[in-house]
Write a protein that binds this ligand. Sequence first.
Ligand code: GTP
Ligand code: MG
Length: 714
Amino acid sequence: MILPPHITLPGKKRVAPDRTPIYAMVGNPNCGKTTLFNALTGLRQKVGNYPGVTVEKKIGTTYSQHGRPIQVIDLPGAYSLAARSPDEAVLRDVLLGRREDTPQPDRIICVVDASNLERNLYLVHQILDLGRPLIVVLNMMDVATDAGLRIDPKKLEESLGVVVIPCEAVHGRGLVELKLAMSRADLPLARHRWDVPAPIAPAVADLQASLCDADGRSPLIARAEALLLLTDLDSVRVAGSRPLSSRTTEVLAGWRRRWEGEGTDWSGTLIRSRYEAITHLCTDVLRRTREQGPSVSDRIDAVLVHSVWGWLFFGLIMAALFFSIFTLAEYPMNWIDSHMAALGGWVKGAMAPGDLRDLLTDGVIGGVGGIVVFLPQILILFFFVGLLESTGYMARAAFIMDRPMSKVGLHGKSFIPLLGSYACAIPGIMATRTIENAKDRLVTILVAPLMSCSARLPVYLLMIATLLPSTAVPAATKVGIMLFMYVLGTAGAFGFAWLFKRTLFKSAPPLMIMELPPYQPPRLKEILRQMIERGWLFLKNAGTIILGISIVLWFLTSFPKHPDPAATPDVQITHSFAGRAGHAIEPLIKPLGFDWRIGIGLITSFAAREVFVSSTAVVFNVQNFAGGKRADVTPVRETLRAATWPGGAKLFTPLVCFTLMVYYVFAMQCMSTVAVVKRETNSWRWPLFQIAYMTGTAWLVCFAIYQTGRALGF
Ligand SMILES: Nc1nc2c(ncn2[C@@H]2O[C@H](COP(=O)(O)OP(=O)(O)OP(=O)(O)O)[C@@H](O)[C@H]2O)c(=O)[nH]1
Ligand SMILES: [Mg+2]
């Protein structure tokens, strides 16, 4: 029988709560929490060698020594409980039990980067306030040893009074010991040999009492929260949780007024007191086996963040990325292309003519095949991003970019979300949670989708192929056009950031404080796993959304059937639903050089940019009837090259191909991004504003390019 913990059966012992214990995994950024979490739970959360990889909590399950389930919550890293950015607030609020969507953890695993003991112990010191059962994991022992540090875990255990486990999460060392500790029923509680400094003790006691009585907190949590409330103004306002009672708010305001009158530096007093305790602790626990000179990472950084060589290296990396997207990917792309065509031909031969066959060859194979062919390029892109993230170069890129970023009023930290947006804007927008200043964060979210994401690749590549079909054209020319699109998008993002910071979101340019983690050899297994994961996601998209849209589109172009069964395909598609919609918007896009069939592509690819390729495949293949006999499933680009305006003029002139690419650089064509921006900004206002400014810019720029191009005779 399972009873709630507070019910006691008469004459029997109190029944223990039959609930799986919940552990929270906390620690400084980049100390290896997620690596440990993955090793414990078998999950595959993202790991990377720079601070701020995890931005939202994630719950997983592991099993105790006796096979009982234990829940573990992986949390974003933070240097202290005083939160500045949304990701740090997640950690604070979960620990204090303020989040309504997460149960308060019963026990805490505090992961410590052993090579940075002193700094990491600050958070440990705050966690000790909470009085929960606590395990301290001394991770990265290998790094500490290499740096000439010797740490005595036994002494640390004695001084802190909690379990301390040395560990190397990446190599799986210390995991067994950790599991054993997690299975213990009698895990020691966190406790302090530290007292709240005398000048602020009365205020803490006062606020603690109020939090217990009026807000229902337990005594120790109340004390920890009181310390935070008194020293960190921001910790009072918490989104998504119950507000503090009016009594507590009054008590808090009373003490603040009093201290402000007296000029007491209560926050400084507290921080100093904690650091004194930590320094004292470290003299017992930490020994340096040798004098520390510049580390290997320092020596590498002397070149890679150098004001000249650093930029050169950065440029080389980017150039290598774009070049390999073109040259290396060519072979697998051709392979996929020919197999898709062969499959289409085979289905055509095997089936009787009719609507179903058309649906399969034109809708399914033509639509999905047109997308799958870009898989190799997307994999290469993710390989590069993974390489940058796992070696630790990502943080250096942010450092290098800090100067140019500050010119537009943002700081280097905003560069990581922006660089990540080259792969996909959605994780990029999520990554903005590490940005402290709310205005800077919003500006970064607003411009992130301008960075050319991987979903634009298919559109660019198709247009470049249509523009320059000959294999005689050197790859460098194609890379040049592509690079231009990336530069245009990036310049757009920076330009708008500059504009927004000067108009809508005026605030002082922030100071960049970001840790440069030591370089690590890339973990290829990890990178490959992330590539496969992203590639699979892409294929799943192709298999669901894009397949769905292709089928719907096939239907919309094939129905309603023209009353005359002998009607030519042109007449049929004009008569169809899709044709009518395309014609309806044609006046709007004709000034850009686009006809109604491109219009259908623009409408459908609002769902996701890559849909443009599959929908043009459908729309233009349907056009490709030849005297009642259906042509083969030709590669899309050949069909496009043959397409004409009613008068016989070529539709996809070089100018139109170019304009169309530019349209995709600027236009907001991604439903998932809209949804994420809505969630992250908590209103419809910003996603709608984003659609308006991006698509508006796209139209204006394309209008200018096309009309100028025409006037110049292209
Ligand atoms: N050498 C060494 N590297 C480690 C160890 N544990 C983790 N790492 C590496 O440290 C980096 C950071 O690991 P993560 O697990 O992402 O760190 P995190 O604490 O979750 O970071 P945030 O989510 O950003 O707070 C990765 O490159 C890991 O491969 C270790 O014991 N030794
Ligand atoms: Mg993490």
